[in-house]
Unconditional design. Structure first.
Length: 95
């Protein structure tokens, strides 16, 4: 990632993934602590590093970081796709 805009895209995706994760995977009976925010950030750092090492583009990393973060939080195994490309699906309304 040599372009500062690329860093911004990934940083924004990580921030949104962490915030969203507290909605979809709340802490049972506990307040959100700075320690839990740091833990989820560290998980995202690892995810971004893994995907970046595989040669994924920043757009692709940003599109997938939330899904892999949830897998990490849930303790589910995940393995990044090694496909060279992917297609983003867009919802279409009535024509």
């Amino acid at each position: 990632m040599s372009n500062p805009n690329q860093y911004h895209r990934v940083a924004t995706a990580v921030e949104r993934a962490i915030l969203r994760s507290f909605t979809t995977r709340p802490l049972r009976g506990h307040r959100i602590t700075s320690g839990e925010v740091r833990r989820r950030f560290a998980l995202c750092e690892g995810i971004v590093g893994t995907l970046s090492a595989l040669g994924w583009s920043t757009v692709r990393i940003a599109d997938h970081v939330y899904v892999y973060l949830i897998a990490e939080i849930d303790g589910a195994p995940w393995e990044p796709s090694n496909r060279a490309s992917w297609v983003i699906s867009h919802k279409r309304g009535p024509s």
